[in-house]
Design a protein around this ligand. Structure first.
Ligand code: MSP
Length: 501
């Protein structure tokens, strides 16, 4: 049977300074979904990358006294190192300064110009450099501050190329109302109210007085607007050329794009129109997640309230941070970050619920069965009930993942762990030395469910789960086609996976 194909992307991050845990959050969400789909036997392509042009980057390089290309090259090294430390298993890293990308942007600009979707006019309005965004009057407060990020906006007046959205409102409204097009659905309503109700405005897509960007063909007087440039990275990264149908962007591919809520407008209004103009499929789902916040609001470079993910990984390990993101943040809402909460989450769920369950079970198998998993010998009420419950929750857990509700899915796994720990407390295997059949069944139940849970947790905590597979005498096979397995005869080993902090 042919594999189903899945394409997932993160936003392309600005290399104007080091990445913080907000960016790490977006990327962990996408990586967890990509790993889940790989385990579910999809042919997956996971793309991330960097959005390297624009005024903001140019200014940052200047402030750092560096030549812009050199500045971004150094930043990208940092990106890649972070993704490595965080176990981000991407397939493609697209840089918008790469030649293929630039060629594609120029060619698409030319094509749309030829087709009269791009026209020339005067732009007069506000621009926020922090957001790299043309902002409407309604998006400004105190006369000159951007509602999104609080930075000063500037008034601009210049000749510009515009992308025409004439008669496209109906199309956008229709896709916004498609099932699972934006998760959460309420953001579609917000977009409709803010950007469609009073007529969708054409987008200015060139900027003068800037030379850090992609120049249109035979035109050195301006550069192509950085958002028009960057969105096309989702295509150039998978080798799209005009007229071609790349493997990961065709009708039968399930396309999911992960992004923060503040950039939903670009992804869910402008981007689908561009794709429509190119005759390409509109993505199935945009997962628009909330922000990581602290006392001073959204964690962001411009506010200077950022937390360095390198330090957290160094201190607690990548699994701790990944699990914390997924288990403690409701994907679609904002959530508070605190290091104390991270430690608490690690201790209660990874060290206690999961780690202890594994240690207790393995210790018993070593003590009572010389380290060899016994065959289940009799059926009894608690055991049967346990299987029934856990099978049901396994299904629910996977359904939640299929709906990209990673947070809920992780909570279901915790529930499974709690049931197993309770099973030990209730059946008290250490009192069963004279009831060997019952003891065999209990130990077999425990280790078999540890196997299933380890597979379910693998997309979130790839490091620890690989080690657990070894301890229970299994290969690194995380495929869900074999999610249940009888581990009779396996040899187990003792080790501590997650040490309490
Ligand atoms: N370059 C654009 C994206 C272009 S995609 C074609 C951009 N880059 S960014 O570096 O500013 O940030 C990208 C993403 O980082 C945001 O969409 C969001 O996903 C994430 N976050 C940045 N700060 C965040 C938080 N405080 N919390 C959660 N995520 C946030 O926008």
């Amino acid at each position: 049977m042919r594999k189903k194909i899945f394409y997932i992307t993160t936003p392309l991050y600005y290399p104007n300074s080091n990445l913080h845990i907000g960016h790490a959050y977006s990327t962990v969400l996408a990586d967890t979904i990509a790993r889940y789909k790989k385990n579910d036997n999809y042919d997956v392509c996971f793309l991330t990358g960097s959005d390297e042009h624009g005024e903001k980057i140019k200014n940052s390089a200047k402030m750092n006294n560096k030549e812009t290309k050199l500045f971004v090259d150094e930043a990208i090294k940092g990106f890649k190192l972070l993704w490595k430390k965080l176990d981000i298993e991407y397939d493609v890293f697209i840089r918008t300064t790469s030649k293929d990308h630039k060629d594609l942007v120029i060619n698409i600009f030319e094509k749309l110009k030829f087709e009269k979707k791009i026209y020339e006019a005067k732009y007069e309005g506000f621009y926020c450099t922090t957001c790299e965004s043309f902002v409407l009057e309604s998006q400004i407060f105190n006369k000159n501050k951007c509602k999104e990020c609080g930075s000063l906006v500037k008034k601009e007046k210049q000749d510009s190329a515009f992308l025409s959205f004439k008669n496209e409102e109906k199309f956008v409204k229709k896709i916004l109302n498609r099932d699972n097009f934006i998760i959460p659905q309420f953001r579609a309503k917000e977009l409709e109210n803010n950007f469609l109700k009073n007529g969708l405005k054409d987008l200015s897509i060139t900027r003068k007085n800037l030379n850090w960007g992609i120049f249109p063909k035979n035109d050195k007087t301006r550069v192509i607007y950085v958002w028009f440039d960057a969105l096309l990275g989702y295509l150039s990264g998978i080798d799209y050329k005009i007229g071609s149908f790349p493997k990961y962007w065709s009708k039968e591919v399930e396309i999911v794009q992960v992004l923060g809520k503040e950039i939903t407008r670009f992804h869910c209004i402008y981007w689908p129109i561009i794709l429509k103009y190119l005759g390409l499929k509109i993505p199935n789902t945009f997962l628009s997640h909330g922000w990581i916040i602290n006392e001073s609001g959204k964690m962001s470079k411009s506010k200077g309230n950022v937390i360095d993910p390198f330090l957290l990984i160094e201190k607690y390990g990548s699994d701790a941070l990944r699990f914390f993101f997924i288990n403690q943040f409701k994907t679609i809402e904002d959530g508070y970050f605190s290091e104390e909460k991270l430690v608490k989450t690690f201790n209660s769920f990874l060290a206690n619920d999961y780690g202890n369950l594994i240690s207790r079970t393995i210790q018993m198998i070593i003590k009572y069965k010389n380290g060899i998993v016994p065959k289940s010998s009799i059926v009894f009420k608690e055991s049967e009930k346990l299987h029934q419950n856990l099978k049901k929750i396994t299904k629910e857990c996977m359904t939640m993942m299929d709906l990209y509700d990673l947070n809920e899915s992780s909570k279901k796994v915790i529930l499974m762990l709690n049931l197993l720990n309770k099973y030990i407390d209730v059946t008290k295997p250490w009192t069963l030395e004279n009831n060997d059949k019952k003891l065999n069944t209990i130990l077999n139940d425990l280790i078999s469910w540890i196997y299933t849970i380890t597979k379910l947790l693998n997309p979130i905590i790839p490091n620890g789960t690989k080690k657990v597979m070894k301890l229970i005498g299994e290969k690194e096979d995380f495929f869900y086609s074999r999610i249940f397995k009888d581990l009779t005869g396996n040899k187990v080993q003792k080790d501590i996976i997650y040490k309490r902090i």
